[in-house]
Ligand binder design. Structure first.
Ligand SMILES: [Fe+2]
Length: 256
């Protein structure tokens, strides 16, 4: 399997729909009531300022907005569109999402960048599973691009240690330094997919005023050559429900 691909997304409208829903959501959290018909370019331009304002005003409320943004319907409908693209590239038929789509909102002051790691460290999935990353904004250099290593076959899975605080995974950098680095330019309307052995990291958003809005989705292929019943576990988190936690009533966010 090739280490990575950069491809056009077939349905760009889906991406714009996510932006529109995100804009509605941030207006709700900012308590903006006066909604006028605004053009898409206007919305795209102002969305950054609104999110930064919300984060500065109330970081906890921004956290709630962030959680709510993970449940935007258009974010999840993106998956069925992308599935066609993924099937075309990899030629597998039995494809599962390894994780639900994640919307990432990296604020200009965000210092929590993930250092070098391989997805295989984090996800219990077949080795040739893939991660898809796509931006919902114009990827200026200052926003902090994804950086990946080439020739990952030469090193295989890196030795790493796990920690309870950031960075959660710390890798042995010796072998990493031998590989060439690359910061691919992935514009709005394209996506990059890379397999779970490719070392990568995110670089800092130093733009001062723009939020790096991006999406990550992980896919597993069941009909690949390494699949067997023992090594495949769906990694999509379960909803917490009464059956799974004994103190369900005390964990409720919505009191009845
Ligand atoms: Fe990653």
């Amino acid at each position: 399997m090739r280490e990575y691909f950069i491809k056009n997304i077939t349905n760009k409208n889906n991406l714009n729909q996510i932006i529109l829903e995100l804009d509605n959501l941030v207006d709700f959290y900012l308590n903006f009531r006066n909604k006028k018909n605004k053009s898409l370019p206007f919305i795209k331009k102002n969305l950054h300022k609104k999110m930064v304002t919300l984060a500065k005003k109330d970081r906890k409320l921004f956290g709630k907005f962030f959680d709510a943004s993970q449940c935007i319907p258009s974010l999840h409908s993106l998956n069925s569109n992308l599935l066609k693209d993924i099937k075309k590239i990899f030629n597998f038929k039995l494809i599962q999402i390894g994780d639900y789509p994640r919307l990432r909102l990296d604020l200009p002051d965000n210092r929590n960048n993930d250092p070098w790691h391989q997805e295989a460290m984090n996800y219990d999935a077949p080795r040739d599973s893939i991660t898809l990353w796509l931006p919902l904004v114009k990827m200026y250099k200052s926003l902090g691009r994804l950086e990946i290593k080439r020739d990952s076959k030469k090193i295989g899975l890196l030795k790493y240690s796990t920690h309870k605080t950031r960075p959660y995974f710390r890798v042995c950098k010796k072998s990493l330094n031998k590989l060439p680095s690359w910061k691919p330019y992935v514009p709005f309307g394209k996506f990059i997919v890379f397999n779970h052995a490719v070392p990568h990291r995110s670089t800092r958003n130093v733009s001062k005023k723009f939020v790096r809005i991006s999406i990550q989705i992980r896919y597993n292929f069941l009909d690949n050559k390494v699949y067997n019943n023992a090594n495949y576990i769906p990694t999509t988190p379960r909803l917490v429900s009464r059956q799974e936690v004994s103190n369900f009533e005390s964990k409720r966010s919505f009191k009845i």
